[in-house]
Design a protein around this ligand. Structure first.
Ligand code: TXA
Ligand code: MG
Length: 318
C-alpha cells in the first residue's frame, strides 16, 4: 500500500487534519518526549493492523496506548492504589503502566496482542498532547521505526523510514529524551518490564519498595506467559475441519469464521484475536486454522498462531 505522506504542523489546521486521518483509519506519526510514535485509533482493528504492516514487525508485540490524562487511563484499565501513586508522581512523563484491561474498554484486541492487560501512558510533549486533545480518544502507538531499526527522535527520521506508508507526520519538533518510556507492570507485584527514560530507582522510591525484574517469579523469562494462549487445541494449516472442530478460514478456505475471505492480510490481522477468542469460547474439540501465506503481515499472523498452538494453557493465566 502506498499513500502520500503529509507533513503537518502543530497548528489548528494541521492538528485537525491529523485527527481526521486517525478518525478515518489512517496512521499519524507524532512526537512524544521519548521518541516519535506511530499512532492509530486504538479502537480500530484495521488501523492497528496497518501499524504492524507499516513497521514490518514480524510479531504482534502489544502496543502502548496514549491518553491525554489520568481520567483517560482510568477509563481503560482496572486502576489500583500503586497506579495512582505512580501516575500522580510521574504523569505526564516517560512512564508506561501495565494494568488489567477494563471490561468493555474500546481497545482493539490487536493492541494487547489478545492479552488481558493494557499498557497506558500520558505523554509529556506539547505535540502529543495537542493531538490527543484534538482526537479525543486513546491512540495506540509503538515507536515509529521500521522493525529492527533505531527509534526516531526527529520528524525527518520518520519521513526517511516510513514515507509512503503512513498518512501523516505531525512535525512538532524533536523528542527531548530520546529514550523510550520505562514500563512497569502492575497486574501482580510491581515489576520492571522495560528500563527506559524514567530511572527505576526513582520509581522504587515513590513506591517505597523494590521493583521485581521482568523474569522473576511467575513470569517466565522471555515473557513466555505474556502471550495469548487459547484453551482449545489449535490445528494449523488445515484445509477442512474434522468432526468436533471449529474452523477459522482464510481466502478460499472457508470456515465457521474467516480471517479474510478475499485473502487480505491486513483484514486477517485485524480479525485474528477477536476470532480466536470467539472460537475458543465455543466448546469445540479443537480449532482448525486455514493456511496463511508466510509473507508481509502473514509472518506475524503465523508467528502468533504457532505460539498459540504450542503454548496452550489449560487454565488461562493472564
Ligand atoms: O516511549 C515509548 O514508550 C514509545 C512512545 C511512542 O510512547 N513507545 C514505544 O513502543 O516504545 P514500542 O511498541 O516500541 O514498545 C512497547 C513495549 C513493547 O516491548 C511491548 O512488548 C510492551 O511495550 N508492552 C505493551 N503492552 C504490554 C502488555 N500488556 N504487557 C507487557 N508488555 C507490554
Ligand atoms: Mg520500539
Amino acid at each position: 500500500m502506498s499513500v502520500e505522506t503529509e507533513r503537518l504542523s502543530p497548528n489548528p489546521v494541521g492538528l485537525s487534519r491529523a485527527a481526521h486521518f486517525l478518525r478515518s483509519g489512517g496512521l499519524v506519526a507524532f512526537p512524544t518526549e521519548t521518541v516519535y510514535g506511530l499512532g492509530a485509533d486504538a479502537s480500530d482493528d484495521r488501523a492497528v493492523a496497518r501499524v504492524f504492516e507499516a513497521k514490518g514487525r514480524p510479531r504482534f508485540n502489544p502496543l502502548i496506548v496514549h491518553v491525554v490524562d489520568l481520567q483517560g487511563a482510568r477509563a481503560l484499565v482496572d486502576w489500583s492504589p500503586i497506579a495512582d501513586r505512580l501516575a500522580s508522581a510521574f504523569w505526564p512523563g516517560p512512564l508506561t503502566l501495565v494494568l488489567p484491561l477494563a471490561k468493555h474498554a474500546p481497545i482493539s484486541p490487536l493492541v494487547t496482542g489478545g492479552l488481558s492487560t493494557l499498557a497506558v501512558r500520558v505523554p509529556d510533549h506539547p505535540g502529543a498532547r495537542a493531538l490527543l486533545q484534538e482526537f479525543g480518544a486513546p491512540i495506540a502507538a509503538p515507536s515509529a521505526n521500521p522493525s529492527g531499526r533505531l527509534s526516531p527522535t526527529m520528524a525527518d527520521h520518520v519521513a526517511e523510514a516510513l514515507a509512503g506508508q503512513i498518512e501523516a507526520i505531525l512535525d512538532a519538533g524533536d523528542c527531548t529524551l530520546g529514550l523510550e518510556s520505562t514500563i512497569v507492570g502492575l497486574s501482580d507485584t510491581p515489576r520492571l518490564l522495560r528500563p527506559g527514560g524514567l530511572p527505576s530507582e526513582v520509581i522504587e522510591r515513590a513506591i517505597g519498595a523494590p521493583l521485581a525484574g521482568a523474569g522473576d517469579g511467575i513470569n517466565a523469562p522471555g515473557q513466555l506467559s505474556s502471550h495469548y494462549a487459547p484453551r482449545s487445541r489449535l490445528r494449523l494449516n488445515a484445509t477442512a475441519s474434522r468432526q468436533g472442530e471449529k474452523m477459522l478460514g482464510f481466502g478460499a478456505v472457508d470456515g465457521d469464521l474467516t480471517l479474510s475471505s478475499n485473502g487480505d492480510l491486513v483484514e486477517a490481522a485485524a480479525q485474528l484475536f477477536r476470532h480466536l477468542h470467539t472460537l475458543d469460547a465455543s466448546d469445540a474439540a479443537a480449532i482448525a486454522v486455514a493456511p496463511v501465506p508466510e509473507k508481509g503481515l502473514g509472518r506475524a499472523i503465523n508467528d502468533r498462531l504457532r505460539r498459540a498452538a504450542s503454548e496452550r494453557h489449560e487454565e488461562a493465566t493472564n
